[in-house]
Design a protein around this ligand. Sequence first.
Ligand code: G16
Length: 564
Amino acid sequence: MSLASVIVETKPFEGQNAGTSGLRKKVKVFMEKHYTENFIQCILNTLGDKIVGSTLIVGGDGRYFSKQAINTIIRIASANGVSKLIIGQLGLLSTPAVSNLIRNQKVLGGIVLTASHNPGGIRHDFGIKYNIENGGPAPTHFTNDVYEHTKKITSYKFTPKLETDRLIDVLGTNTFNVDGRDFVVEVIDSTADYVKLMKEIFDFKKLRTLIRGTEQRAAFNVLIDSMNGVTGVYVRRIFVEELGASPDNNVFRIVPLDNFGEIHPDPNLVYAKDLVDKIQANPAYDMGVAFDGDGDRNMIIGKNAFFVTPSDSLAVIANNLECIPYFKKHGVRGFARSMPTAAAVDRVAEKLGKEMFEVPTGWKFFGNLMDAGRLSLCGEESFGTGSDHIREKDGIWAVLAWLSIIEHKNMSIEDILKEHWNIYGRNYFTRYDYEEVESDAADKMMKHLENFIATDGLIGKSFSSNGKSYKVAKMDNFSYVDPIDHSVTKNQGVRVLFDDGSRLVYRLSGTGSSGATIRVYIDSYEKKDVLSDAQEMLKPLVNIGLEISQLKQFTGRDAPTVIT
Ligand code: G16
């Protein structure tokens, strides 16, 4: 029986513009009549003629409202002439797994249902993101086009009688006939392709020996926290089934929950406190790992919760790529980091003679460089690390990279870091986040900083705190010219650069769903004094950062919500 699509009249909604990574709003906003339908239709409208006969990947972190959104996507895609949707079972696919599937199935793109590290559940956040043919997040010109469509939309296409109930629960291929055309929904194992990819990149035999131990070498004892997010299914397959980790002692919170068990699935020292506490309480653990809701972020800590900043993590991996079979096979091209990320990796690039790129915040900015064959490894201070094996950051990949290095060097995480700092010096780095600040107050603070740039008001000025003085050498608002397509991206963060190489960066987050989040990044390089406490070391610069921005006066905030 052929099912008929219908045209449903609708009206535009305000504010359907993507942030740093897709559209993120409260669940109740996505639940409004026509809201989700409009946005999906606008993605398809932006793709234009390419959509007819195409295949798309669909999946996400399984957060609340995912199933409803997938049912909507099925009905809208079928009505718009899409030939096939490949969907993870139960709607589950990590963001890296989507990226991989788009690439190895050679399809038009994918729709990722996630608000990443933002909390989930009926009172919290949902998100929709489109990834393009190369597997990466849609570039800004694409998301701008989607936004333009959302302002003008008057109708969407829909197949109301297409029965979606429990469709994504069972593996298999389902063929429907819509408007006389075949429309296929293939429900796949969420992990199979991704596990295969990881086995091609890393030496699983060696990693299994590390995790299990040998007669000569004690088992390396990890504790992996999936924070009730989607990585749970991948952690079980890779770490427990393939690498022999204990399901009782080496992993926890590995069953994906649609509200993440009411925790904030953001792998940092504050929101992953359960992991930090467990590692601190039990010195038998050599390593602690946490992932975010959709599996693209990672946090690494060593014995006794020794914290590895994401900026250092990137630099250490860059310095040890020879331990990873993938890089031996494919060679190593350039490195890159987002602008606010500390420049530790730049020093490795310099020593190894590699090209180094500094891009705005957002993984989408790495894609062009990778596609052009100029970038192999990149990362961000926001707990993202990855390589050109896919076009998203990849939490599990980062952990397997670290385990490969540990296996090869036979050293603790802390010793690996100390050795690295002794060679390269250390970029002390911290980030202060002020979440859910009133938007108006945050905008005023940014304007205040912009004013200094406009008037050169701070150049040459010295600031002192706790006996340390810093002189402002330069101040700007970071802008980026993509070396491949020459597109220009402006206003990516206010930078105060001091004459000793230290810097302060201020920007507003593009991933929140209510109010504004102010991020202040503090970064200072030391050649010799590499073993001090980062928070102590950076205290004077933090104070100066607060003084320059007048953050407290503008926002009324005495203390940050999160310090990393
Ligand atoms: C997204 C982007 C990242 C970015 C991060 C933080 O991560 O993919 O590239 O660094 O947001 O953005 P902001 O500082 O604007 O909040 P995720 O893990 O949320 O998708």
